[in-house]
Design a protein around this ligand. Structure first.
Ligand code: 9MG
Length: 277
């Protein structure tokens, strides 16, 4: 479980937790919207995150925050492909593409991406077959509802078992489509159709997802439930985000998706130093 198969003979070692750095090439992301819309500044930011210790760079061209404008596949491709191409020429750090659209998946993998990070867990038409044919790794994330309305009134019988059962079902569907388990990451989807209490319960019992036998990715960085719990705007959520990344790794996550790579890497080094193996 400590190696992720990236396909085509490449692997990613997950013996120590890996930090995935976020690069949003969007005008309207909740955390850094509009900061990296031109390819050169997005690549510069990505390489800064690599220098700070990121082990994966996640490139996205469409915001998933509630109320964000939908983007066509053509526009998404125009945003992310120049960034992925330049990045893959400049670094060997694996690049993931944050998308649900098969056209974007194909273009991104042709440009060098080796992980498909899909917040819809390959539920869009043709997404499963496309990801299987591309032969790269996938991150299957849980989301209740759709981004536009997901925070309206999320409900679960038990959030941890509901998320676990959903992910088990998506793993089976992915395997049936031809994606080997060795190529899968799983993700409870913090903030995607969840109240603050749901997020806290998932984090508290994250280890329950380990029964699925695949590495867990946790994305908690700067999320709005931090703002709700602490009353802080998005640009003041660094300390809480680092604490949450640390807790996620302590509770079983192998990959943490973050905006602030340097502080998270330092905190995880300290966790590693005190951990007896
Ligand atoms: C794109 N994106 C935004 N938040 C995310 C999260 O928590 N996990 C994953 N896999 N992707 C995310």
């Amino acid at each position: 479980m400590s190696v992720l198969d990236l396909g085509h003979g490449r692997t990613l070692d997950l013996t120590h937790a890996v930090v995935m750095g976020v690069v949003n090439v969007t005008p309207d992301s909740f955390s850094d919207g509009g900061r990296f819309t031109d390819p050169a500044s997005a690549v510069e930011q990505a390489l800064r995150l690599v220098a700070e210790g990121a082990g994966i760079i996640d490139v996205g061209g469409e915001s998933t925050r509630p109320g964000a404008q939908p983007v066509s596949a053509g526009d998404e491709i125009a945003r992310v492909i120049p960034v992925i191409e330049a990045l893959c020429a400049a670094t060997t750090v694996p690049v993931s593409i944050d998308t649900s659209k098969p056209e974007v998946m194909r273009a991104a993998v042709a440009a060098g991406a080796t992980i498909i990070n899909d917040v819809r867990a390959l539920r869009d038409p043709d997404a499963l077959d496309t990801a299987a044919a591309l032969g790269v790794a996938v991150c299957l994330m849980h989301m209740q509802g759709e981004p536009r309305t997901m925070q309206d009134n999320p409900e679960y019988i038990d959030v941890v078992t509901d998320v676990r059962d959903f992910l088990a079902g998506r793993m089976l569907a992915a395997e049936a489509a031809g994606i080997p388990r060795d190529r899968m990451l799983i993700d409870p989807g913090f903030g995607f159709g969840k109240t603050p209490e749901h997020n806290l319960e998932l984090l508290r019992r994250l280890a329950a997802l380990r029964i699925l036998g695949r590495p867990i990715l946790a994305g908690l960085s700067r999320k709005s439930f931090i703002g709700k719990l602490l009353g802080l705007p998005v640009d003041r959520r660094l300390h809480a985000s680092v604490a949450l990344a640390l807790l996620a790794v302590q509770n079983g996550a192998s990959v943490v998706r973050v905006h602030d790579v340097g502080p998270t890497v330092e905190a995880l080094h300290m966790l590693d130093a005190v951990t007896i193996r």
